[in-house]
Design a binder for this molecule. Structure first.
Ligand SMILES: N=c1c2ncn([C@@H]3O[C@H](COP(=O)(O)OP(=O)(O)OP(=O)(O)O)[C@@H](O)[C@H]3O)c2ncn1[C@@H]1O[C@H](COP(=O)(O)O)[C@@H](O)[C@H]1O
Length: 118
């Protein structure tokens, strides 16, 4: 699956640099700029929330999955626009893997408290 993300990264990069906006949705987003891309990320995040709430009330799981794919996709376009990609996010998730969120938060709080004492 990580291969798919790498391939998508490559397509998004290619669209950013070469494709014409008429024939490519991704190129059209890059052309419109960061604000338009962020608007789409926000829109898709809202759609994920609504679809997830629907599932809680017996709604369609596939719709939630499709909305999540839209959110992931538009987030990848945002990363690409700003010179990052899926591999950067996977590396960050890898760094966190196995580290309890609660332990990480406790370590962060201890570090902040240490900083305040100095
Ligand atoms: N994975 C996707 C993907 N997921 C969603 N979308 C598009 O994202 C848009 C989602 O926007 P909305 O749901 O808000 O629908 P909309 O009303 O059409 O959008 P707006 O007019 O509001 O902007 C739709 O046009 C979808 O087709 C995607 N477009 C492209 N990709 C990938 O990107 C590659 C390059 O795409 P092009 O640049 O279009 O060739 C493709 O081969 C795919 O692999």
């Amino acid at each position: 699956m990580s291969d798919l993300l790498r391939e998508l990264d490559a397509v998004l990069e290619e669209r950013k640099n070469t494709a014409d906006a008429e024939g490519s949705y991704v190129a059209s987003l890059h052309r419109k700029g960061l604000n338009k891309i962020l608007e789409k990320v926000g829109e898709e995040a809202t759609e994920v929330i609504l679809a997830a709430k629907d599932v809680e009330h017996g709604g369609d799981r596939q719709a939630m999955i499709a909305e999540t794919a839209d959110l992931w996709f538009h987030s990848l376009v945002m990363l690409s626009h700003l010179g990052a990609d899926s591999q950067d996010v996977l590396r960050e998730l890898g760094r966190r893997f196995g580290l309890s969120g609660l332990e990480e938060k406790a370590a962060r709080t201890a570090k902040q408290e240490q900083g305040q004492k100095q």
